[in-house]
Each structure stands twice: as structure tokens, then as C-alpha cells.
Design a protein around this ligand. Structure first.
Ligand SMILES: Nc1ncnc2c1ncn2[C@@H]1O[C@H](COP(=O)(O)OP(=O)(O)OP(=O)(O)O)[C@@H](O)[C@H]1O
Length: 321
């Protein structure tokens, strides 16, 4: 359903040149839910905007929903839906009005538009909100309207950019349910960007991990986690560098990273590492506030691939020479 080869985008600003996406290859089969996971500035939105015909690639080729992205952009647009980070509907319209307008913009005749809007309002639990101005809706309600707008022309592929950013946990869970049922009942192919690991884990059949504009790992969430062997140990302490030094001496310890409040590292087995670590910390007079051992998460996958945690928001895309 989506086939991409060597897709790249370079931005020229007054001061520099930014290689936002540097040669992405990817394939998405019909009916898959694929997550594009990466930190801020990794190139997720830029890739999505290219795949939805909103931004011209600097290089590469792609086929989306059976049509060539560069030669047949209008045909691509007809077969895809796109829900941008900020949504797409006017803040001045009312819910039903806005959906009908969008349906008419997609050239559905009056009757088909009405039927389609009723169906979507029912699916996304919007019927009670039909006459509410979209500006008065809560974040979660608004996101449901955005999803309905993206689906009004019954697209084969739905692109979602950070679908649950800034939503409370309950609204996030609702959006996840809607995405799942859309895929299960309707077979819609879904390509979403996220920097939430739990979202990628919970929703996606397959995850593509992007960093600095290139894909660094791809696979199902469980395949990716299996690539990172051993256990992860997290220790809370006011003296992270002292803990890190001692942890680094444990047999097989690797990927030791410190934050302001603690240390995280990998060991072959957490259950045998702790009885060595704890007495060593006591002996050195280093007190700790917590200790946890767990199996690798997608964050550990990212760390293993890039050498830094996913939620390190200081990262920028590489600047071209
Ligand atoms: N119009 C633009 N002009 C210059 N640089 C840009 C432009 N759009 C994006 N960039 C840069 O390209 C890089 C990738 O940005 P992009 O928005 O694709 O990242 P992202 O992974 O979607 O991040 P986020 O999670 O914060 O939305 C960033 O360094 C960004 O500053």
C-alpha cells in the first residue's frame, strides 16, 4: 500500500541547510498499522507531509495507495486521509456542518455526504455534539472530529500525525480504540507518527524507528524488544554519576546512562546483578531512592540503536556540510 525508496528532504534556511529526511526506504502492506517512532526533530512530520503530497521530496520515489506520489499526486490525495497534528477543521464551524462541508469538498453529493457524516458521527460518538462549535470541544472530542474529517471520503490509507499528543490518558485510550476498530472492522491501512513508546507498543503491528532523518530499526514491537538482550536496571539516586561508576563495573553491564535523578543500564541478568550492586553502593556510601529491574522497552531499543534515550529533546537533525 505504501512503497518508498530513497525519500529525502533538505530544507534551506537563511543560516543553514537541514537534512530533515535522508534516504528513507519503507513498505507498508494493505491493512497494516505502522508506527513511525522517533524523538522531536527526527523527521517524522516531514516524511508524513511528503507521503501525503503536501511537501515535495528533494529526492526519492514513492507509491502510495496504488499511485505514484510525484506523477499522480491528485490520485494519491483521493485515496488517502491525513490528520495533521493540529487537526484540519475550522474552529468557527459546528461539528456536523464541518463534516458535511468536508464531505462536499470531496465531491460527495448531498445525500451521500449526509449518510457518510451520520455514519462517522455514530462511529466516533459525535452525535450528541453535532451542533456544538468545534472551538468549544475538549481536546479528545476535537481529535474525534479530526479523525472523522480524515475519513470522510473513505480513504484506503489514513495518515495520523501524533494522534494523541496533548490528550489526557482517557481520551488517548478512546483514540486508540477508534484506530483499532477502524483497522479491524474496515481494514484501513494506518500510518501514524508518535514519540510515545506505549502508543507504538499498543497500536502498531510494526514500528519503524527514525532518528536524524533515517530509519534505524524496523520490526514488530516484540521483535524489536527481543533484539535487546538481557534486563534493564534503573536506579534512582541523588548521586547518579557515583552509581554509574559502580554499575559500570558489574559483569556484562553496558549502555550505562545517567539522568538528573538516576542511572539506567543493561545487564545479562537483573536478578544476579542486584545482589552485587547493592552492597557495593552501601560500601561506597552512595544512597539510592529506588531500584527497578525490567525487560527491555522500545526506549531501550532506541538507546541500543542510537546510544541515547528517545526522550532527549535537545537533538536536532543533522546539518549538511
Ligand atoms: N520548513 C522547514 N524549514 C527548515 N527546517 C525544517 C522545516 N521543517 C522541518 N524542519 C527541520 O527538519 C527536522 C525534522 O523536522 P520534523 O518536523 O520532520 O520532525 P519530527 O520528527 O516530526 O519532530 P516532532 O516530533 O517535534 O514533530 C527538524 O530539525 C526541523 O527543525
Amino acid at each position: 500500500m505504501i512503497h518508498v525508496r530513497g525519500l529525502a528532504r533538505r530544507f534551506h534556511t537563511r543560516r543553514s541547510t537541514v537534512d530533515a529526511v535522508t534516504g528513507v526506504d519503507l513498505d507498508v502492506a494493505a491493512g497494516e498499522v505502522v508506527g513511525f517512532l522517533g524523538p522531536n526533530g527526527a523527521g517524522k512530520t516531514t516524511t508524513l507531509r511528503m507521503l501525503t503530497t503536501l511537501l515535495e521530496p528533494s529526492a526519492g520515489s514513492a507509491e502510495v495507495a496504488g499511485h505514484d506520489l510525484l506523477r499522480e499526486p491528485a490520485l494519491v490525495r483521493r485515496r488517502i486521509g491525513y490528520v495533521a497534528q493540529g487537526g484540519g477543521c475550522s474552529p468557527h464551524g459546528r461539528v456536523r456542518e464541518e463534516l458535511v462541508l468536508q464531505a462536499r469538498l470531496h465531491r460527495l453529493d448531498r445525500d451521500r455526504a449526509r449518510r457518510r457524516v451520520d455514519e462517522l458521527m455514530d462511529r466516533f460518538a459525535l452525535t450528541d455534539l453535532a451542533d456544538r462549535p468545534t472551538a468549544s470541544l475538549s481536546g479528545g472530542q476535537r481529535r474525534r472530529v479530526d479523525l472523522a474529517v480524515g475519513l470522510v471520503h473513505d480513504p484506503a490509507v489514513l495518515f495520523l500525525d501524533e494522534p494523541t499528543v496533548a490528550l489526557d490518558p482517557r481520551s488517548r485510550a478512546h483514540v486508540w480504540d477508534h484506530v483499532r476498530s477502524l483497522n479491524a472492522e474496515h481494514g484501513t491501512t494506518i500510518f501514524l507518527t508518535t514519540h510515545y513508546l506505549d502508543e507504538a507498543d499498543a497500536l502498531c503491528d510494526r514500528v519503524l524507528v527514525i532518528d536524524h532523518g533515517r530509519i534505524v530499526a524496523a520490526g514488530s514491537p516484540s521483535e524489536l524488544k527481543r533484539q535487546v538482550s538481557g534486563d534493564v536496571v534503573e536506579v534512582g539516586s541523588a548521586r547518579p554519576s557515583a552509581v554509574a561508576e559502580i554499575a559500570g563495573r558489574l559483569p556484562g553491564a553496558r549502555d550505562v546512562t545517567t539522568t538528573a535523578t538516576g542511572v539506567r543500564f543493561h545487564v545479562p541478568r537483573g536478578d544476579t546483578a542486584l545482589p552485587e550492586l547493592l552492597p557495593a553502593l552501601v560500601l561506597a556510601g552512595v544512597s539510592i531512592t529506588s531500584v527497578q529491574v525490567h525487560r527491555p522497552t522500545l526506549d531501550d531499543v532506541f538507546l541500543a540503536m542510537t546510544g541515547r534515550p528517545l526522550h532527549d529533546d535537545t537533538q536536532e537533525a543533522p546539518v549538511a556540510a
